[in-house]
Ligand binder design. Sequence first.
Ligand SMILES: Cc1cc2nc3c(=O)[nH]c(=O)nc-3n(C[C@H](O)[C@H](O)[C@H](O)COP(=O)(O)OP(=O)(O)OC[C@H]3O[C@@H](n4cnc5c(N)ncnc54)[C@H](O)[C@@H]3O)c2cc1C
Length: 230
Amino acid sequence: MPKKSLEVALIAIPNNLLDVIYTACRTCYSADGAVDIYDKITDDNEKKLALIKRIISSGHYSTIEHVQVTFAINNISRAATHQLVRHRHMSFSQKSQRYVKEADFDYIVPTAISANKELLEKFEKHMEETSKLYAQLVDNGIKKEDARSILPNATASSIVTSLNLRELIHLANLRLCTRAQFEIRMVVAKMCALITEKEPWLKEHLVPKCERLGYCDEDNSCGRMKTKNG
Ligand SMILES: Cc1cc2nc3c(=O)[nH]c(=O)nc-3n(C[C@H](O)[C@H](O)[C@H](O)COP(=O)(O)OP(=O)(O)OC[C@H]3O[C@@H](n4cnc5c(N)ncnc54)[C@H](O)[C@@H]3O)c2cc1C
């Protein structure tokens, strides 16, 4: 049962995000205690942002680790979730293939395959046959945790993930790069778009790493930026 499209929702973000980061920034350079700084915080968001931008641009990233955001993601392939879970500063809760029966499973078709009618037909047929074999295994008493061994990387999953702003910037720098795989780029692009809708000042940081570095450090550069060797 394919062809559901990716859904990403931002389900948690602190409503005092700037206050938290501003307090962290000022605590480093003020004789006042952190509690007093927070209690007497200014209402002037421009002032808060000016300090925050200065501190981040000087590489003082611990100050943005205090803000954690949470996303819910539907219709993402197991291939893409496997790439996401490689990021060790993110937290995850994912639909279990041990507890949830994958009969008639949804799957994600890579755009490159869906663009080719003949290959798409073969791909879909393979999914159909896999689905039938999965049902046969489960119907014959094989536990879901073992029957799942035949499920493809394309199997659709759903996942909740939380991460702090420093890790979000790192994730964007790596996964918005054109060298990253298409699906994970789409997922991370949606995550970034949802955050920048609420916090537009983050936009300049949620970019591929070449924009941050000023050059491309990949061996196989896509050519949009000069490489590290010129
Ligand atoms: C284009 C692309 C291709 C890839 N290809 C492959 C591949 O072929 N095979 C493969 O296995 N993986 C591959 N990966 C995954 C990659 O190797 C990383 O596992 C993944 O991108 C997570 O990145 P990270 O470790 O920087 O990030 P995170 O795990 O999010 O960590 C963030 C940062 O924290 C620090 N950190 C975290 N844990 C440690 C630690 N234990 N010790 C020291 N510092 C730490 C590092 O500075 C790290 O950059 C690829 C990734 C990309 C973007």
